[in-house]
Design a protein around this ligand. Structure first.
Ligand SMILES: Nc1nc2c(ncn2[C@@H]2O[C@H](COP(=O)(O)OP(=O)(O)OP(=O)(O)O)[C@@H](O)[C@H]2O)c(=O)[nH]1
Length: 394
């Protein structure tokens, strides 16, 4: 059974390494919201325009004025849909959402001014529309308060002075704006709660994904994650004829460490080994805990020449300095088997070669490196070229 430990304090903020993934996640949500909003706007704006006569009676001038107020919303919704379904123009959903939000606010506030100064009897229809619009616009602020303030503050900051300039007193405005404002607050609280829920769900999923690909003791990649990377690198090698190398390391006489000092100290040795090995590789290389006391290093686009250099650094990283574990100082060494691959055969045979080479290293005295080249690939160096192994395993 897989034992997944759930952290006691779940993340509240997105940790730095996950920020890019979170940004991608937000962009997907924005895209979905933008498409749904565009369809809703397209349908409702057209519907309201063509039921104008039914709702407000015949007045060609008002019909045209309303059409002019609704046109920008229609255009923004159409632009969003065209951009989504054809890929052109390439607009970020964040900006399309902004354009739709601002155009809806401009539309509804303009309609208010038109009807307030003209046919006063229609004003309650418009304030109903305001309530719906204010709520709808809060849904568009997927990124939270910053977007929210932009969508509401800018149009309202223009609307109030314009209304005052038109001779509408602030006192007269307030009763009409009261319900829409309440709706705006409700919408804000709801969309903020939704945003926090989405963030929490993202963080929980990301944590589970990390746990599924990470070895709990050492924090390194686990075997499953490494196999995925290996498949990718193998496919790349096959396609471009590049060479990658594998180094399989196994701690020497590690059973003795456990037997002598206990399992807890053995665990510390494994953690320190992971730490030291990690320092010997580049960011583009991968290191995993392959099994109990086995570690596998994948060196993409690296021939045996370069890999041998890394393997020797890894060997010395352990052999040169004893490990401090509790009150014990443990001289732990590692044996390493190496191979390279040009993608010719399958991954399993490359791993098998590294394993056979490791077996040779154990046979030949431990704390040393052995190389088995891929068939047809001459090793540029042999194990004999490597500094003779020092014995010293505990
Ligand atoms: N402390 C600890 N020990 C582990 C863990 N996983 C595997 N081991 C131990 O690693 C030891 C491996 O021992 P062996 O396979 O006999 O090999 P060795 O003693 O290292 O000898 P050689 O490989 O031949 O040099 C066993 O005692 C396992 O219990 C772990 O997570 N923690």
């Amino acid at each position: 059974m897989v034992n997944i430990s759930i952290p006691k304090t779940p993340y509240r903020k997105v940790p730095a390494p996950w920020r890019a993934a979170y940004e991608a996640h937000i962009q997907i949500v924005e895209r979905q919201v933008a498409v749904v909003a565009a369809w809703v706007l397209l349908i409702t704006v057209v519907f309201y325009q063509f039921t104008h006569q039914l709702r407000l009676g015949h007045n060609a001038d008002v019909w045209l004025t309303e059409a002019a107020c609704r046109l920008p919303v229609l255009l923004c919704a159409l632009l969003t849909l065209v951009s989504h379904y054809t890929g052109k123009p390439r607009c970020q959903s964040r900006y399309l959402l902004r354009a739709m939000g601002l155009s809806v606010m401009t539309m509804i506030l303009s309609l208010f001014l038109v009807h307030y100064s003209g046919q006063h009897e229609n004003i309650y229809q418009v304030t109903n529309g305001m309530v719906i619009s204010f709520f709808g616009v809060t849904v568009l602020s997927v990124r939270g308060p910053k977007e929210f303030w932009l969508l509401f503050a800018v149009p309202l900051a223009i609307f109030v002075p314009v209304a005052l300039a038109m001779g509408i007193a602030t006192k007269a405005l307030l009763p009409f704006l009261f319900d829409p404002m309440v709706m705006m607050v409700i919408g804000f609280v709801l969309s903020e709660a939704l945003r926090q829920l989405r963030k929490g769900e993202f963080l929980a999923r990301q944590q589970l994904r990390e746990q599924a690909t990470t070895d709990q003791l050492t924090g390194l990649l686990n075997r499953r994650a490494m196999l995925q990377l290996l498949e990718q690198e193998h496919a790349r090698a096959q396609r471009y004829g590049a060479t990658y190398s594998l180094i399989l390391g196994d701690l020497d006489r590690f059973k003795g460490v456990n037997d002598r000092y206990g399992h807890n100290i053995g665990d510390i040795v494994l953690q320190e080994t992971a730490h030291r090995l990690k320092r010997q590789i580049r960011a583009e290389d991968a290191l995993c805990r392959w099994g109990g006391e086995e570690f596998l290093i994948l060196l993409p686009q690296t021939s045996l020449d370069g890999a041998l250099h890394v393997a020797e650094k890894a060997r010395l990283a352990l052999a040169d300095e004893p490990m401090e574990a509790g009150e014990h100082s443990i001289h732990q060494t590692i044996s390493l088997g190496m191979t390279s691959c040009q993608g010719g055969n399958d991954i399993e045979s490359a791993i098998k070669r590294a394993d056979d080479a490791l077996y040779l290293a154990k046979e030949n005295g431990r704390n040393r490196i052995e190389v088995i080249a891929a068939p047809g690939l001459e090793p540029p160096v042999t194990a004999d070229d490597i500094k003779p192994a020092q014995t010293g395993a505990p």
